[in-house]
Design a protein around this ligand. Structure first.
Ligand code: 3HC
Length: 301
């Protein structure tokens, strides 16, 4: 057991270059946050150049949007864009001192990603995973230096949601934890230190809400009744809006992970997998506003 409370800030290592593994939407969102708040070079990689280019294009578009809203100057926009490099060459990670991954939520994939990146980076570099609900300790099972691995879990949309869960394993050392806490503060997020349990804190609670919403529709309550009943409780999004925001595939994975860990307490929804394959639940207008539930999706449940 680590001592309670935050680690000593003096132990934090400097972060002068960030490596991001995965160029999907979540990774691109936090890559932008790193470049904007830390103002250090950020290298982003993925399986192929097309994925990398898409991630970099997203970051450039978002920097353009910040410029359009008058939040940053044209000079600043150019400086931020110049700090972002997309590459498939892991050698560019060699001098990164903070490497974070957000690749596909499969344990073996994440283990291999870290084992591979460890060959390219210094033993001092901190490794972070943005996993939603896998065990951080198991993700680091193939590492030579598991003491520098920490969970660093962002929430969607990254630019807006104020929280980061910092997850320690039994191996994570205090310098790594301190670096994570100081980095979260520089990103202007509130950080909480959590144990390495399925779903950490937030997804564990969300898995209850979303799992029960799915169970209710699967046992005959119409989608609109479930969402409509919850809406007046003041949550910013209804369960099905939230499932679409996080991604139906990610949502299904989160429910499955909780069901596997605590079968008597969490529902793993078979219908959510069908909806994930179908692609969406909600019907939206051309501006993305919710109009109701998609008829094809409703028939699948
Ligand atoms: N991406 C980037 N920025 C976004 C965004 C998105 N998808 N959606 C909204 N924003 C930004 C807007 O651009 C706007 O920024 P600005 O103030 O700079 O112009 C700001 O957020 C507010 O947008 P809106 O006026 O549209 O605000 P709303 O009042 O509709 O709020 C919301 C939008 C903040 C997304 C709100 O609906 C909300 O809090 N929803 C719940 C989100 C949530 O619970 N997330 C956690 C999901 S769990 C998770 O991610 C964990 C994972 O492991 C599964």
């Amino acid at each position: 057991k680590r001592p309670a409370g935050a680690p000593d800030k003096a132990l934090a290592k400097p972060v002068t270059k960030v490596g991001v593994i995965g160029a999907g939407l979540m990774a691109s969102q936090f890559a932008l946050l790193f470049v904007r708040r830390l103002r250090v070079p950020v290298v982003i990689t993925d399986l192929d150049q097309a994925r990398v280019d898409k991630g970099v294009a997203y970051i450039h578009d978002e920097i353009g949007a910040l410029l359009g809203k008058g939040r940053i100057s044209p000079d600043e926009a150019n400086r931020l864009k110049a700090l972002v490099t997309g590459t498939t060459d892991k050698a560019l990670f060699a001098d990164a001192d903070w490497v974070i991954e957000a690749v596909f939520e499969e344990l073996g994939v994440k283990q291999d990603v870290f084992a591979e990146i460890e060959k390219h980076i210094s033993p001092e570099a901190v490794l972070a995973t943005n996993t939603s609900s896998l065990s951080v300790e198991q993700i680091g099972a193939k590492l030579e230096h598991p003491e520098r691995l920490v969970g660093f879990h962002f929430f969607n949309p990254v630019a807006v949601m104020p929280l980061i869960e910092v997850v320690h394993t039994p191996h994570t050392d205090e310098a790594t934890l301190s670096t994570a806490m100081v980095t979260a503060a520089k990103l202007r997020k509130n950080a909480v230190i959590t144990r390495d349990t399925p779903g950490f804190v937030v997804n564990r609670i969300l898995a209850k809400l979303l799992g029960e919403a799915m169970h209710a529709v699967e046992t005959g309550t119409p989608f609109e009744v479930v969402d409509g009943a919850i809406a007046p409780f003041g949550l910013p999004m209804t369960p099905f809006e939230l499932l679409e925001l996080v991604g139906l595939t990610v949502g299904a994975h989160v429910l499955d992970t909780h069901h596997a860990a605590f079968p008597d307490r969490f529902y793993g929804s078979p219908a959510l997998h069908k909806l994930a394959d179908y692609g969406h639940v909600l019907e939206r207008d051309s501006k993305g506003r919710v109009k109701g539930f998609d008829k094809g999706a409703v028939k699948l449940v």
